[in-house]
Design a protein around this ligand. Structure first.
Ligand SMILES: [Zn+2]
Length: 275
């Protein structure tokens, strides 16, 4: 590609390039410190250590990540512009809350983008990578042990991310990164939902192995959206069209506009409740 931006140039060439994915953030140059902090915060969100709707205590976080507030603020701003975090003037920065409707929309988009990635990947995927994906698919096909949700989500995101990586499109990687975060967030909200719906990944791998882009695209399209159908139904039962929350932020009696969602919807009284 002749017209890569300075931050993407060279990022994809050669297997020895480390953290190529990180080099392509929207063409905006990012210091290595910001990059490290950004990833560390994403990891904390994925681990549920920064629950949706919770205000981030920047001093505590800076200490935890062994940094000062200035670079931390830069990383928080980056995540804010990506939509993972939301700032409320005079109050602070929060991990964004999503509604079921928003997540449905994101899954729709993800289906199209990942199908595109799968199609592209057929041009590049090696036999070793096919085998690697087969191994991951086998792990994902095994029953999820009671405390194995986090491992399942990690492996699941890894599987889907690998295909995007193999598609060698930094732009697709960037577009999809946020959508993969949703898998992690959903797992924090309602872990049991994952166990209810194990889904097959071998079909995708074998479609990639045909090296036929149309076949791979179709397999991925058929995979993504149906996976979430039961989960959406469960989430709706619990949260209605209101924000999906991991803990009772406002208390049952106080219906306040949710952070990060349009203020038109009211917070269901039982938001944040776990069965
Ligand atoms: Zn999947």
């Amino acid at each position: 590609m002749p017209s890569s931006t300075p931050s993407t140039r060279g990022a994809q060439s050669g297997p020895g390039r480390r953290s190529a994915r990180r080099e392509v953030r929207a063409g905006v140059p990012e210091s290595s410190t910001t990059r490290r902090l950004r990833q560390a915060i994403v990891d904390l969100v994925l681990a549920g250590d920064i629950p949706a709707g919770k205000r981030i205590d920047q001093r505590v976080l800076a200490k935890k990540l062994r940094t000062t507030t200035a670079p931390l603020r830069e990383a928080l701003s980056a995540l804010e512009s990506e939509g993972l975090l939301v700032r409320e003037q005079g109050v602070g920065v929060f991990c964004r809350i999503y509604t079921v409707l928003e997540i449905e929309e994101m899954v729709d988009i993800r289906g199209v983008l990942e199908a595109l990635a799968a199609g592209r990947a057929t041009a590049y995927v090696s036999d070793e990578e096919i085998q690697e994906l087969r191994d991951l698919a086998s792990i994902l096909g095994a029953p999820i042990p009671p405390d194995g949700e986090a491992d399942f989500v990690r492996t699941h995101v890894k599987f889907h991310k690998r295909i995007v990586e193999i598609s060698r499109s930094p732009r697709l990687t960037l577009l999809l990164e946020h959508h993969h975060l949703i898998d992690g967030l959903l797992a924090n909200v309602a872990p049991a939902l994952w166990a209810s719906e194990p889904h097959d990944h071998h079909g995708i791998v074998e479609a990639l192995a045909t090296r036929n882009p149309a076949v791979a695209e179709q397999a991925m399209r058929a995979h993504i959206a149906p996976t979430f159908v039961k989960r959406f139904a469960e989430l709706r039962k619990r949260f209605g069209d209101g924000p999906i929350m991991t803990f009772p932020l406002y208390g049952a009696s106080r219906a306040a506009p949710a952070r990060g969602v349009p203020s038109s919807g009211s917070v269901p009284a039982k938001a944040g409740g776990r069965p």
